[in-house]
Design a protein around this ligand. Structure first.
Ligand SMILES: *Cc1c(COP(=O)(O)O)cnc(C)c1O
Length: 398
């Protein structure tokens, strides 16, 4: 099936783009000796785990469900690592987590103390630290070092009792950031936690590093990891989400109607609120194009312009009752009409995992597109996916 034949709305995972990212990450593993884990919070499209497993060392999860997914679809079939971190664990989840995860990271001394006996000798134990060093101020929502953060233990919380129980430390303080921010953070971690690095077996530097984006200093990253491994004799982990799937998926949507109120508005069969919530949450305006190709023949893609940049400006909006379900204002050289398709870029990350059926809006189907441009349907959703999340299995219609 070709891209023009997919049913909208749908996400299409671009395997050529995914491989491009994975090759960079594999090079980092090979040349630095670090191990890289997919942060499933960002992307949990497990149909691609066999492909991802060819390049990197495993998965990390934020609780029992992601840990199970990583175990079932990556760690067990491909003999990869499976790490987990949660701000707090429920006691009932601990036995299964200890069985399916090889590394468990705790967020407080109380959590470590509470669950220590149930997990010791079953898994390698670490704690998340909060270096209290901010490298970004624009989005406090995504800054675990912002004042009042619940994420990670401060230096003074790492008592001898805590240190006696742990094999490793973990920090995650970044979001979509460049290498210098990581380098500056590592300097602070070495200064404040250097004595601990000397005692532990591993350091996990979290996600938020845009390793696979244009212009990232990959060689700098490799040198930094080597420095850490050699100085402290530790294993180094990175757990990127975005860097694995950045620009590796699109959302394909069709125009349903065109209405006018001061400006022309396209009502799409996709929704910002339901299918790309980060557009409203971050917020940001996604890149859109009028066509899309694999392998991405960049020069052939016709991108929409910003408002007023090209001949005709439209506001793109979702098919929900939420007035603010607006994707953004864009301009095109040609008029748009019902049935026309538009391609929303970079929609593998934090979109499929966050979508919802608010307003009874259908979930997009999921396709994968291989390097030649052949598309295959992975999953379709229907009315039952909406209904079963909202109540008992009893119904008037039984
Ligand atoms: C979100 C998160 C990641 C992945 O972050 P990206 O920005 O997608 O790379 C990794 N580790 C932890 C603990 C996270 O919360």
């Amino acid at each position: 099936m070709q891209l023009k034949d997919v049913k909208t709305p749908c996400y299409v995972i671009d395997e050529g783009a995914l491989i491009h990212n994975l090759e960079i990450l594999k090079r980092v593993e090979r040349e630095s000796g670090a191990r890289i884990l997919l942060a499933q919070k960002c992307f949990s499209g497990f149909d691609e785990y066999p492909l991802i497993a060819k390049y990197i060392s495993g998965t990390t999860g934020s609780g029992l469900y992601e840990a199970r997914l990583g175990y079932e679809e990556m760690a067990r079939p491909f003999r990869k690592q499976n790490h987990v971190y949660a701000p707090a664990y429920k006691s009932e989840d601990i036995p299964e987590l200890a069985r399916i995860c090889d590394h468990m990271v705790f967020n407080s001394a109380a959590q470590l103390e509470k669950h220590y006996n149930a997990v010791k000798r079953k898994t390698s134990i670490g704690v998340r630290i909060n270096p209290q060093y901010r490298t970004q101020k624009d989005h406090p929502m995504y800054d675990p070092c912002a004042p009042g953060s619940r994420l990670g233990m401060k230096k003074e919380d790492l008592t001898p009792d805590v240190l006696a129980k742990i094999d490793g430390i973990h920090f995650h303080t970044m979001c979509e950031q460049r290498f210098d921010d990581l380098a500056r953070t590592v300097r602070v971690v070495e200064r404040d936690f250097g004595d601990i690095l000397m005692r532990v077996k591993w350091l996990n530097m979290g996600g938020g590093q845009h390793i696979t984006s244009e212009g990232y200093d990959v060689d700098g990253l490799i040198a930094l990891i080597k420095h850490l491994r050699e100085t402290y004799n530790i294993e180094v982990y990175l757990e990127p989400g975005e860097a694995v799937t950045i620009d590796a998926g699109i959302l394909v949507s069709e125009v349903l109607d065109v209405v006018e109120n001061r400006l022309r508005i396209l009502i799409m069969d996709a929704s910002a609120a339901c299918h790309m919530p980060d557009v409203l949450e971050v917020p940001y305006t996604p890149t859109i194009s009028e066509n899309y190709a694999a392998p991405a023949a960049e020069q052939d893609i016709i991108y929409a312009g910003e408002a007023a940049e090209k001949k005709i400006t439209y506001r793109l909006a979702g098919n929900t009752c939420l007035a603010g379900d607006v994707i953004g204002d864009y301009s095109f050289d040609t008029e748009k009409k019902p049935g026309d398709r538009l391609y929303f870029h970079d929609m593998a990350i934090y979109s499929m995992v966050k979508n919802n059926t608010f307003n009874g809006i259908p979930l997009p189907s999921i396709y994968a597109m291989d390097e030649k441009g052949d598309c295959r349907l992975l999953k379709e959703f229907g009315y039952e996916d909406f209904k079963t999340r909202l109540g008992s299995d009893k119904s008037q219609n039984a």
